[in-house]
Design a protein around this ligand. Structure first.
Ligand SMILES: [Zn+2]
Length: 120
């Protein structure tokens, strides 16, 4: 993003050859660049938070896990602990059959165990 007014002012300051004015405009340019960086960072953060909010609307809880409705069908299961605390959809991984008496799935992030069944 360019600030056209600042460009014009720099041209004018150069034309009238005022050192102090030139210096102040350079400082202003620096501050504007910092504000642009900050603005970009904040916009990214807003987008990130909006994505998380959108996920909240999509995810539904059923039988020990979260599931997300996609065009091709229900996606999941996702960890309830990770979603409830961090709004992160962490896919649960299946455990070996020898563990199925205890739990069928495990979260690779928080290591929670559960036995979710896909809702109908
Ligand atoms: Zn988890």
């Amino acid at each position: 993003m360019e600030i056209n007014v600042l460009k014009d002012l720099l041209k004018i300051a150069k034309a009238i050859n005022n050192f102090e004015l030139n210096q102040k405009l350079m400082e202003l340019q620096q501050e504007l660049m910092q504000l642009q960086d900050e603005n970009r960072t904040l916009k990214d953060r807003v987008r990130e938070l909006q994505d998380k909010c959108n996920k909240s609307e999509e995810a539904r809880w059923a039988d020990d896990a979260y599931w997300v409705q996609k065009a091709e069908g229900l996606d999941g299961p996702f960890c309830t602990g990770c979603f409830d605390t961090n709004k992160q959809l962490v896919r649960l991984t299946q455990m070996g059959e020898v563990f199925h008496d205890i739990a069928t799935h495990r979260c690779p992030s928080c290591h929670q165990h559960c036995s979710p069944k896909k809702p109908e």
